[in-house]
Design a protein around this ligand. Structure first.
Ligand code: F6P
Length: 343
């Protein structure tokens, strides 16, 4: 038997732990594992290497992915698709594991449903926005980085009596912002799921100051939008900040507006790719390892069209249709927990 594995989309901590688990399970069964480089691009370009025990030694604590990754869409044209299918057949793959986020898992679903490729998925992303699983790996590490950053920012906020705006990733959902904000003790958390009123934000910060707390921490997700009734951004700013393919920058605009409205000094820290880097937390290492083992078992059983998922404390199979059907928005209950501490 021969199986393949690829990592697609943005990198995140835990990818190597998943690859290691797949390789270790396969080799124990005398199954050959081919590593496909740089996501789906490697399958189209036939950039493929055999993975051995030596390939995965020492990779468990390492961030990134030893296979490389890309946001390459294999369904972009007929020629790509044909090359991909030829290479899949040429390597006599009995199954392929796609470790990916929304984009890669959507492609996997289409390749399985419409082109009969034997695929299973593993959900990864710092954003935690994949349906069908309680958590994706990468998220816990990102939250711990955000928490650490907020802890550090408190020193300057307090000493200089400033508002510190912390802009975090998360694409169209507020999971990182809400979890990071709760863990770091943020005074305001702004998420895409709840368009914010700038007047309310300034009111909260001003009343904190009045009550003797002249410093504040505001966490804002990169895709959080001002409420349509109170838009303080110009049309050009709007276009630049909320580009479909690249988000980021709303923190700067928010800090400027806070300073203007409240007269309190405001500074911005955009955490950016720091959130995706470095060694995975123990939680992410364990989750990625369990997902890797489950995905391997699904391939062995011929359980294609599914991904490994976490439901409660159990690792189960969830359909790729469910996974990519719609984005998993921030849980309202979690938002309400963050909200308790606003102001
Ligand atoms: O999906 C993970 C993520 O880090 C998002 O939080 C962010 O918006 C995006 O990827 C950045 O993508 P890229 O690596 O293509 O700049």
């Amino acid at each position: 038997m021969r199986i393949g594995v690829l990592t697609g989309g943005g990198d995140c901590p835990g990818l190597n732990a998943a690859i290691r688990a797949i390789v270790r399970c396969a080799l124990a069964d005398n199954v050959a594992v081919l590593g496909i480089r740089n996501g789906f691009r490697g399958l189209v370009e036939n950039d493929i290497v055999e993975l051995t025990r030596a390939s995965v030694i020492g990779i468990l604590p390492r961030g990134g992915t030893i296979l490389g990754t890309s946001r390459f869409n294999p369904l972009k044209d007929e020629q790509c698709l044909q090359l991909l299918k030829n290479n899949f057949a040429g390597h006599r793959l009995d199954g392929l594991i796609i470790v990916g986020g929304e984009g890669s898992l959507s492609a996997a679903r289409d390749l399985w449903r419409n082109h009969n490729l034997k695929l299973v998925g593993i959900p990864k992303t710092i954003d935690n926005d994949i349906s069908g699983t309680d958590f994706t790996f990468g998220f816990d590490t990102a939250v711990s980085i955000v928490t650490d950053a907020i802890d550090r920012l408190h020193s300057t906020a307090e000493s200089h009596h400033r508002v510190m705006v912390v802009e975090v990733m998360g694409r169209h959902t507020g999971w990182i912002a809400a979890y990071g904000g709760i863990a770091g003790g943020a005074d305001v958390v702004l998420v895409p799921e709840h368009p914010f009123r700038i007047s309310r934000v300034c009111e909260l910060l001003a009343s904190r100051k009045k009550e003797g707390r002249a410093f504040s921490i505001v966490v804002i997700a990169e895709d959080a939008h001002p409420h349509p009734d109170e838009v303080f951004l110009t049309a050009d700013q709007y276009q630049a900040l909320y580009r479909h393919d690249r988000l980021g920058g709303i923190g700067e605009a928010l800090a400027a507006e806070i300073e203007r409205c409240t007269g309190i000094q405001a500074r911005v820290t955009k955490l950016g790719y720091v959130q995706r880097g470095g060694s995975p937390t123990p939680f992410d290492r364990i989750l990625a390892t369990r997902f890797g083992i489950k995905a391997y078992e699904m391939i062995r059983r011929g359980d294609f069209g599914n991904m490994a998922a976490l439901k409660g404390n159990r690792i189960v199979a969830a359909s790729l249709d469910e996974a990519v059907g719609e984005l998993k928005r921030l849980d309202e209950e979690i938002y309400r927990v963050a909200e308790v501490f606003f102001g």
